[in-house]
Structures are given as structure tokens and as C-alpha cells.
Design a protein around this ligand. Structure first.
Ligand SMILES: *[C@@H]1O[C@H](CO)[C@@H](O)[C@H](O)[C@H]1NC(C)=O
Length: 342
């Protein structure tokens, strides 16, 4: 009877509520813990991903560093032998460069040769406007390691520019370019090749040489900073040259600069009379040469993205003044050493 007294219905209810509350709390706790571990797992997955990606990046970095080192080694081997590479079977680009003695000559030849150093399969024909070849140019060409030909021919005095004449007054490089053409005709055969006239003061993109390498007859492209314009260019319609963007005498047969075209070597051989002349009207050198090669507008192959890109610039070097040489002597009794080649 004691028991029955203790276990009254209200007490029984009380304990039931307590037990239920306990279970509810337990269930909430459990759910909460499950949520928490789910979050933990997600975080862990993220962390794993992160480590994985980090490792991949480190691997990439390692590969890139290795590639950089290889590229640097290639670059240094390029500059250590310092000459253009030869790939058998690739058409040769014959470059004709007239040059003359002046203060800036070696600087300009150096800059040009360092462009040409990166062009495969070249033969550089350098013709001095002089009665004899100079040691400066001879030594210079030898150290390039290029395939080259060194020639000279003097422009007769009455065709020469006086020092105060504007550069357009008389044609320059006429006999020198002709000497280069004569050399080509007697020293090359019908091997695949292309001819390009390279001036020692212009600026050439390396891309230009690859644009012209497979010239069938005559390739053409724009020339930057020429003719007192931003550029001169052949006008291209539907992949064909149909006219010219040029201010000076646009009615000339081929109103373009010497730097604006390249010619297949076969054409030089098949037209042995084609060349330049001191007798033609101003601005007609290029037209005379190309007309002599029997070229028509239809033969022209527009390059440099259909003549929409400038890859050569008609840059000009300012004439240097040496006025302090004499003042140096007068004021300090000192002279620059004539044995130091500049
Ligand atoms: C020069 O030309 C010959 C082929 O005539 C070639 O074998 C050689 O590698 C060339 N050398 C250079 C430096 O281009």
C-alpha cells in the first residue's frame, strides 16, 4: 500500500513528462550534432580541394620555371653564336642594302644586323657607295656570321647629293642596288628565293620577313611614316590590289617605297634588264624596276593581313653634330682617339 501511495497518478504523469522532455532534448542534440558534422565534412572537403589545387599550382609553377629556364638557354645560345639560323629547303631571302660612310653607319648596320640575326635563311648583299670597300664595313660583316656579299660602287659626283640638298632631290643607291642585282644574276640560279631591298636606317618587324618568304611574283604591304603620311599602302579590294593610298604622284605605275615590296628571285633571272636608273624622273625608281620585271597590278600579292598592318617603318636617323670635338681640343687640349671605331 506504501507503493500505491508513492505512485500517485499525478507523480506518474510528472515522470512521464520528465522522460519525454529528456528524449526531446536528446533528439535535438543529436540532430544538431549531425548538422555540425555535416558542416565539418563540407569544410574538410573544401580544405582538401584547396590543398589539391595548391599542389597543382605548385606543379604548374615548377613546369613554367623549367620552361622559362629552357627558353632563356635557347635565347642565350642564339645570342652566343649570334647568326641567323639555316633551315634546309626554306626559300632564301636575299637582302640588298646600299650603304655609305657616315658617323651613324656602324650604329645603323649594328641595329639592322641584330634584326636580321633573327631571320632564317638570309643572304645579305651590302654595297658601299665608295671607290673601295672600307675596313669598317668589311670587319662588321665578317663578325655578323651571316652569309653575305660585300660589294662597292661609287656614285658619280654629279649624281651625288650635296650635304645641304634635301634627300629626295637625287635618287640614292641606284648603282649600288644595280650592283646587287648583277651579283644575284650571276651568283644564284633558279633556287627558291626572294629579293628585298633593305635600307640601313629603316625599322623592320621580324614578321615582315615571314610574310614575304613565299612570294610567288611580287608581294606588297604598307610602309609606315613615309611620303609625309602616317603610312602609304596598296589599296586591296577582295584580296586584290586595286589602287594606291599615296599623296605623291599616285598615278605612277607602282607608287610605293623601296621597303614596300619583295620580288621572287626567278623574276630577276627572267628579266635580266630590270633595274634602277639615275636618269628617271624623281619617285620613279620603284616603278621603273617593277615595270622592267613585267609586273602588272594583277601580279601583286597583298601581305600583312591584306595590307592592314604596318610591319616596316621608314625611320630616319638625325644627322649627328660633332661640334664639341674641336672645342674639346681648344679648351682642354684633348682629342678623341681616331683608333676607336665608332
Ligand atoms: C650559308 O648558306 C649555306 C648554303 O648555301 C648554308 O649551308 C649555311 O648554313 C648558311 N650559313 C648561315 C650562317 O646562314
Amino acid at each position: 500500500m506504501q507503493l500505491r501511495r508513492v505512485c500517485t497518478p499525478s507523480r506518474f504523469l510528472f515522470w512521464c513528462v520528465v522522460a519525454m522532455a529528456f528524449f526531446v532534448v536528446l533528439m535535438i542534440y543529436d540532430t544538431f550534432r549531425e548538422c555540425e558534422s555535416e558542416e565539418l565534412r563540407a569544410t574538410k572537403r573544401l580544405l582538401d580541394n584547396y590543398h589539391e589545387q595548391n599542389q597543382e599550382l605548385k606543379n604548374d609553377q615548377f613546369i613554367l620555371k623549367k620552361k622559362l629556364k629552357e627558353a632563356e638557354q635557347q635565347l642565350s645560345s642564339l645570342s652566343s653564336d649570334g647568326k641567323s639560323k639555316w633551315v634546309p629547303g626554306l626559300p632564301v631571302i636575299y637582302l640588298i642594302t646600299p650603304t655609305y660612310t657616315r658617323m651613324e653607319q656602324k650604329a645603323e648596320l649594328t641595329r639592322l644586323s641584330q634584326t636580321l640575326m633573327h631571320v632564317k635563311n638570309i643572304h645579305w648583299i651590302v654595297i658601299e657607295d665608295a671607290d673601295a670597300k672600307t675596313n669598317l664595313v668589311a670587319r662588321f660583316l665578317k663578325q655578323t656570321g651571316f652569309n653575305y656579299t660585300h660589294l662597292n660602287v661609287a656614285t658619280p659626283a654629279h649624281f651625288k647629293l650635296a650635304s645641304n640638298d634635301p634627300s629626295w632631290l637625287k635618287p640614292r643607291g641606284v648603282l649600288q642596288r644595280n650592283a646587287g642585282l648583277a651579283w644575284l644574276r650571276s651568283n644564284t640560279k633558279k633556287q627558291p628565293g626572294v629579293l628585298f631591298f633593305v635600307d640601313d636606317d629603316n625599322t623592320y618587324s621580324l614578321r615582315l620577313f615571314e610574310e614575304m618568304r613565299f612570294t610567288k611574283k611580287v608581294s606588297v604591304w604598307p610602309v609606315g611614316i613615309v611620303g609625309y603620311l602616317r603610312y602609304e599602302t596598296p589599296i586591296v579590294t577582295d584580296g586584290k590590289v586595286t589602287g594606291w593610298f599615296t599623296y605623291f604622284k599616285p598615278t605612277r605605275p607602282f607608287p610605293m617605297d623601296m621597303a614596300g615590296f619583295a620580288v621572287n628571285l626567278a623574276l630577276i633571272h627572267s628579266h635580266p634588264g630590270a633595274g634602277f636608273s639615275n636618269e628617271v624622273e624623281r619617285g620613279y625608281q620603284e616603278s621603273t624596276f617593277l615595270t622592267g620585271l613585267g609586273v602588272t597590278l594583277d601580279d601583286l600579292e597583298p601581305k600583312a593581313n591584306m595590307c592592314s598592318e604596318v610591319l616596316v617603318w621608314h625611320t630616319r636617323t638625325e644627322k649627328s653634330s660633332l661640334r664639341n670635338e674641336e672645342k674639346m681640343w681648344k679648351k682642354y687640349g684633348l682629342q678623341s682617339d681616331p683608333n676607336i671605331e665608332v
